[in-house]
Design a protein around this ligand. Structure first.
Ligand SMILES: [Zn+2]
Length: 360
């Protein structure tokens, strides 16, 4: 039985089992001294003080209850004296430790080797990286290969090959950051250029997850950042249907947001997919009952998807009569926000260690 367990038992029982009152207090003292030797920081020392002298559950407080107060009348003076002596000694040792006044002698160089060293802080995994790893852990077992691509893209890969009409608003400089002095070079506005690059380089069947930073000419606010992280997955092969897309995404959202999550597909439009859909999931915060975050609708829009437009397959050099494909994309930052309950996207990029430390 540890000395900590003994403090919870009546002293009469312990004495019957062969301990003397002096043994019991010596055991407490030895335990305390061992724990004090292990403290390295003022926080540790404070925690040690609470553990031993805390008013409700301190070890010495417990001993006071079950040993001193419960002791037989003739034993009380001995136990009381031991108890008081130990309490005084513990308080003095804690006080010394708090003031850093360790009484060990210094060495010739004047260093005190018994002083605690500087506290080393461990890094934390960024919430976007955490979300990314979780997503990849879901897609890798489904046979998807993970890829990245260049952040500086050509107009062709970012827009033209993806079937954007030249008057599409995204093409406008209002939304796209073009690079000065370069022949229509730009910071990619999405990760989809990688679809073209991969389709050009490899032949179907293809299953890929592509992720990375993308850039938009946006004014930063709680939900917009001029740089954010996108992830998309796509598959190309013979006989791929919308049913495959739907099954894959339903599996994905259940794994990422929880087994009771349901997905709802709404018709939508994207230049590079036809037909296109937006996917809402049952709100992970209220399980679909309606709350502030889902604006009482019970659903939250999380991603866009569709069957890869035949023009896109053709632009990448594939025969759209033989092959079909599906694609889906979303903002990883938004996924991380939904998953970890973060309400301001800009917190992700301010490098505030108090925020980041939560994700250790
Ligand atoms: Zn809700």
């Amino acid at each position: 039985m540890s000395i900590a367990e003994k403090t919870g038992r009546p002293i009469a029982d312990l004495l019957r089992e062969g301990d003397s009152a002096e043994d019991l207090y010596a055991g407490l003292r030895a335990q305390f001294e061992a724990e004090l030797r292990d403290t390295r920081t003022p926080e540790h020392t404070r925690a040690l003080r609470d553990r031993w002298l805390g008013r409700r559950s301190g070890l010495l407080t417990a001993a006071n209850e079950s040993w001193l107060k419960a002791a037989a009348r003739e034993l009380k003076p001995t136990v009381g004296k031991l108890q008081n002596q130990l309490k005084r000694d513990l308080e003095a040792a804690l006080q010394n430790a708090m003031q850093g006044a360790v009484s060990e002698p210094r060495d010739e160089a004047g260093l005190d080797p018994t002083l605690p060293g500087p506290e080393r802080t461990a890094g934390a995994v960024h919430p976007v990286r955490l979300a990314l790893e979780e997503v990849l852990d879901i897609f890798r077992p489904l046979g998807y290969t993970v890829a990245e691509g260049p952040e500086i893209e050509s107009f062709f890969y970012n827009f033209e090959a993806l079937n954007f009409p030249s008057d599409h608003p995204a093409v406008d400089e209002m939304d796209t950051l073009f690079l000065a002095g370069k022949e229509r070079a730009l910071l990619r506005t999405h990760t989809s250029p990688c679809q073209i690059r991969i389709m050009e380089a490899e032949s179907p069947p293809l299953r890929y997850v592509v992720h990375g930073k993308v850039y938009r000419n946006d004014t930063p606010d709680a939900t917009h950042s001029p740089m954010f992280h996108q992830l998309e997955m796509f598959a190309v092969g013979a006989d791929i249907t919308f049913g495959d897309l739907r099954g894959t995404l339903e599996h994905f959202v259940r794994r990422f947001f929880g087994p009771s999550t349901r997905a709802r597909f709404r018709p939508s439009y994207f230049p590079f997919t036809e037909p296109s859909a937006e996917v809402d999931i049952t709100c992970p915060f209220c399980s679909g009952h309606g709350c502030r975050i889902c604006k009482q609708t019970g659903y939250i829009e999380v991603l866009g998807c569709g069957m890869i437009d035949p023009n896109v397959l053709t632009n990448a050099g594939l025969d759209h009569e033989r092959f079909q494909g599906f694609a889906a994309g979303f903002g990883l930052d938004r996924f991380a926000m939904l998953r970890y309950g973060i309400d301001d996207i800009l917190q992700m990029y301010q490098g505030d260690t108090r925020f980041l430390r939560q994700f250790r």
